[in-house]
Design a protein around this ligand. Structure first.
Ligand code: GLN
Length: 445
């Protein structure tokens, strides 16, 4: 059914970069046999899943939507992918994205953009645009995305689906091609909150192959979906409602009324360092990216320039040809911020701002169970309308970036429409309290 939808729709949507039709059919046949034998079934038995193309998949092309990796076939599975296999989900293909996950509209894919299934002239968001569009178009039962500054939540919001960014460290990053290692997290994009809880259950947990993976017990997320939020204390940051499209704001206020009707109470609060989040993020994420992407040298991975006369030219030519403009911009920005003489003024300063932002969250969570606001300031914008203006593009992430810097979990759930386009509600929780985030989202939905 998923492949039928893909052949019917994906020429227009552009969500997939690689299909795994033969492999998926073989796995489905194996599961069919198992079913006939009456054996115990995995948690996600037989569900077709699409994987963002920055997670490595054994023998299945993994490009990060970059020309640099256009010929790269990994020899192992990312831990999250291996865990889905253990749960007996079936990988049907790899999903389009912004190159190396840098972007917020999917227009930075070096292959082709993704289009929003609600309006094909609009972006699906990014960088996990293919992951969100595939679920919205019925081209996968669920997908995995990755979120560094909003890349699961913002496309989920634009495409009217559910996207969860777990607490930093809850899901292993082993086999996720690193963009900004202190921020990157893998998470599910699904049609509804219950599915999100199922997928998180399958992929969460400690992994000795990732040194930043947290050694915590994984609770029963499905047990958290009680429908009961009586007495829940909600904080609504005033900074998250400033500069937001009036129709988006109206949808969020309406959602708060619904939650109030279920026995929750909400109050306006202030997260005073919000205005510095975007600047701090772009310094930190670019610095980490400039270091992480130095491994792409034309020697070890992917495409190698074939007319370089010496080693330095080989690096230079391979990197000049292999990376697109946004990736180059970030590498240059990050290299500059880390240079001696500038380090204290930019990188170190941004780290200090990150601590202050985290403190805003810590203080708010002393009094409140969850923080709620919009996921993005607007709905999906027109393709091409912001490509020449990186600063405007960066500002689309103003409401998701603070959460990433603080490392806490957050979900985006659909909460209405503005001019026929989906609006997302962002529910933010304490570190490792995915249960509350899911419970509130499920009760609301
Ligand atoms: N849009 C943000 C960026 O361009 C976030 C990307 C992400 O979360 N991977 O960096």
């Amino acid at each position: 059914e998923a492949f039928a939808k893909i052949s019917e729709r994906d020429e227009r949507v552009g969500a997939y970069l690689t299909l795994n039709e033969e492999g998926a059919r073989a796995e489905a046949a194996r599961l069919d046999n198992k079913l006939a034998g009456g054996e115990a079934r995995g948690l996600l038995f037989g569900l077709p899943v699409g994987i963002k193309d920055n997670m490595v998949t054994e023998g299945l092309r993994t490009t990060c939507a970059s020309q640099f990796l256009s010929n790269y076939d990994p020899i192992y599975d990312a831990t999250a992918v291996a865990k889905l296999k253990q749960a007996e989900a079936v990988t049907i293909g790899k999903l389009n994205m912004d190159e190396f996950a840098m972007g917020g509209s999917n227009e930075n894919s070096s292959f082709h953009p993704v289009r929003n299934p609600w309006d094909l002239n609009r972006v699906p968001g990014g960088s996990s645009g293919g992951s969100a569009a595939a679920v919205a178009a019925g081209e996968a039962y669920f997908t995995l995305g990755s979120d560094t500054g909003g890349s699961i939540r913002q496309p989920a919001s634009y495409c009217g689906v559910v996207g969860l960014k777990p607490t930093y460290g809850l899901v292993s990053r082993y086999g996720l091609v690193a963009f900004a290692s202190s921020l990157d997290q893998i998470g599910p994009i699904t049609k509804n909150v219950e599915d999100s809880a199922y997928v998180l259950q399958a992929i969460a947990g400690h992994d000795h192959k990732d040194s930043t993976s947290a050694n915590v017990d994984v609770p029963d997320y499905l047990a958290a979906l009680t429908g009961d939020i009586k007495g829940l204390r909600i904080a609504v940051p005033k900074e998250y409602l400033e500069g937001v499209d009036p129709q988006v704001k109206a949808s969020v206020m309406e959602a708060l009324k619904v939650l109030e009707g279920m026995g929750a109470v909400w109050e306006e609060v202030s997260l005073p360092h919000t205005e510095y989040a975007v600047a701090a993020y772009y310094l930190l994420a670019s610095s980490e990216a400039s270091s992480n992407l130095s491994r792409f040298d034309g020697v070890r991975y992917g495409v190698r320039s074939d007319h370089a006369g010496n080693l330095l030219d080989l690096y230079l030519e391979s990197r000049s040809q292999g990376f697109g403009p946004e990736v180059k911009r970030r590498i240059m920005l990050g290299t500059y911020a880390l240079s001696s003489g500038y380090y204290d003024a930019y990188y170190l300063k941004a780290q200090k701002v990150r601590t202050l932002i985290k403190r805003d969250f810590d203080q708010t969570f002393e009094k409140y169970d969850v923080i709620i606001g919009p996921t993005a300031p607007t709905t999906a914008f027109q393709l091409g309308s912001q490509v020449d203006d990186p600063l405007t593009m960066y500002l689309n992430d103003i409401l998701t970036i603070p959460v990433s810097l603080a490392g806490v979990p957050a979900i985006s759930v659909p909460c209405g429409f503005a001019d026929g386009l989906p609006v997302g509600l962002q529910i933010i929780g304490k570190a490792f309290d995915e249960s509350s985030v899911l419970r509130v989202a499920h009760a609301f939905e």
